[in-house]
Every structure is written in C-alpha cells, then in structure tokens.
Design a protein around this ligand. Structure first.
Ligand code: PAF
Length: 283
C-alpha cells in the first residue's frame, strides 16, 4: 500500500498504475476515515471490481457547518491505516487540509436543485463541500469506478448527478447499508453515542422497518407512511426528528403516492449526535 499525503506523491502513484496498461482499472473509495465495517464493505466491493483500489481519508472542512463537529470528528489514523493495509489496497491518499485547499476555496461545485434537499436543507452548504471535494478527488485520482454507501442516499444521488452533468468518466456504484446486529446503521458518528443513546438510536431503524411493513401490507400514501414512522419515534421521546421524508431516489423530490421505487429517509438527533438512515421501497 502506497501512502500518499501530497498531490505529487499521489500523481506518481497514479502514473505507476496507468503504466500497467489500459486493463489496469482503478477504483476509488472516498472516506473521511474512522473506518468501520461499512467502509470495509466498499473497499471489498471495489477490490472485487477493479485491479487496483485507492482509498482517500480526508476530513473535508468545507462540508462542515460552523456549528458542526469538524474539530471533534474522530481521526484514528494509525488504526485506519492498519485496516486498509490488511485489505491489500494499492493507494491510501491522506492529505492535509492545506494540501487540498492551499488558498482556501472560492471555486465550488454545486448541484443546484438537489443540494438543498434532505440533509442539504438542515445542513446548508454541506453538499456543496461534498461535491467540491469529490470533484477534486476525481480529478486527482482519476478512478474509473467510485464506491459510495447507500446510507448517505442524498449524497449518492447528488454525486451521480454531478458525475453525469460534468461528464466525469467515472462509474458511480452505490453499496448497501451495513448495520449492527441490532439494526443501527454503521456510521463514524456512532462513536459519539453513550450506551443509553445507542439504545435510543435503534428507533431510526425500527421506524423504517415499520414503514416497510405497512408498505408491504398495501399502504401507498406517503403521508400515512410518514405518520407510521413518526408514531414509532414516539417510543423514544429523547430522540428529536430532524426530517422524515419519502422522495424520488434520483431527484429527491417528495413522492405523494408510492407507485415506483422511493426513498424513505430519516435524520434525527440522539443527544447531540445527528444520525441518518433510509430504506428503499417500491420497484
Ligand atoms: O461520505 C463521506 O464520508 C464524505 O461525504 C465523502 C464522500 C468522503 C466526501 O468528503
């Protein structure tokens, strides 16, 4: 595994892969570190698909709001490095903020009309930071395929659209949510939860399961399904709902009646930790 902390080291490592010929495909798994089994599932999907795999670890300051957890975001770099070494990846790109934004950033990539939906509504500027850093990573690493988790469903939709609109020659692969046995979706932010909050956090998945159950029983009205989810949240009054929405998974526009594949997305605060989760219903 080549560890690159500078852009020039990365370019040299990328050139070495390119020199092996056109069949030498490169996958990218972009992360902010604090790796868990969800990230590792992306790395394994990438390895199964491409000859070489690059993982980036960069806690991207431009996607954090002024009141968000940038400074306390977990950064277990030694542990992350050892995990990736054990997975046998080819390149770890772990730059500093100064390497990526040496002059700050006044050039942005924004997917208008999508970036202000779901998390984008609650976290203004978040997706602008995400699409800007992902564009920079695509330009720097030049992967043929990039892997993202379905847990950040809005992020996935926005990155797909950005890739299409900007003609990046990159295939975007979405990978299933990985959950703890009790149902909690894996997230680096779960590290902030104390044992009581961890139990309370299970309500996100419980609410989604209840929506799936009612959908399977024939309910097609989004308003009624959202009411079902809200009722489930009543069993955990400490948890504060940020949003529960049913939307089209590509346009992120609200869906009134479920007649095609739809995304049921929730975000909620457990203590001061904001968690998200989702399921896809319909076909
Ligand atoms: O999903 C994440 O971890 C981040 O938003 C990403 C895609 C690595 C961009 O910083």
């Amino acid at each position: 595994m080549k560890v690159c902390t500078t852009i020039s080291e990365l370019r040299a490592a990328r050139a070495e892969i390119a020199s092996k010929g056109p069949a030498s495909t490169l996958a990218l798994v972009p992360t902010m570190g604090a790796l868990h089994a969800g990230h590792i599932s992306l790395v394994r999907a990438a390895k199964a698909r491409c000859k070489s795999v690059a993982v980036s670890i960069f806690v991207n300051p431009t996607q954090f709001g002024p009141k968000e957890d940038l400074s306390k975001y977990p950064r277990p770099s030694e542990r992350d490095r050892a995990l990736l070494e054990a997975e046998g990846i080819d390149i770890l790109f772990a730059p500093s903020p100064d390497e990526i934004y040496p002059h700050g950033s006044i050039t942005w990539v924004t997917v208008e009309g999508l970036s202000d939906k779901l998390d984008g509504r609650s976290r203004p500027g978040h997706f602008r930071g995400v699409t800007t850093i992902v564009s920079k990573l695509f330009n720097l690493i030049q992967p043929q395929v990039a892997f993202f988790g379905q847990k950040d469903a809005a992020q996935l939709a926005i990155i797909r659209r950005m890739t299409r609109d900007l003609n990046f020659p990159v295939e975007i692969v979405g990978c299933p949510i990985v959950r703890e046995p009790a149902g909690l979706a894996l997230s680096s932010r779960n590290a902030y939860l104390n044992p009581a909050e961890r139990r309370q956090a299970l309500v996100l998945h419980r609410a989604l399961l209840e929506v799936e159950r009612r959908f399977a029983a024939g309910e097609r009205s989004s308003a009624n399904l959202i009411a079902v989810a809200k009722k489930a949240f009543a069993s955990a009054p400490e948890v504060r709902i940020d949003y529960i929405e049913i939307v089209d998974p590509d346009s992120l526009e609200p869906v009134d009646e479920i007649s095609r594949k739809s995304l049921v997305a929730v975000a909620a605060y457990v203590g001061s930790t904001r968690l998200i989760d989702n399921v896809l219903i319909g076909t």
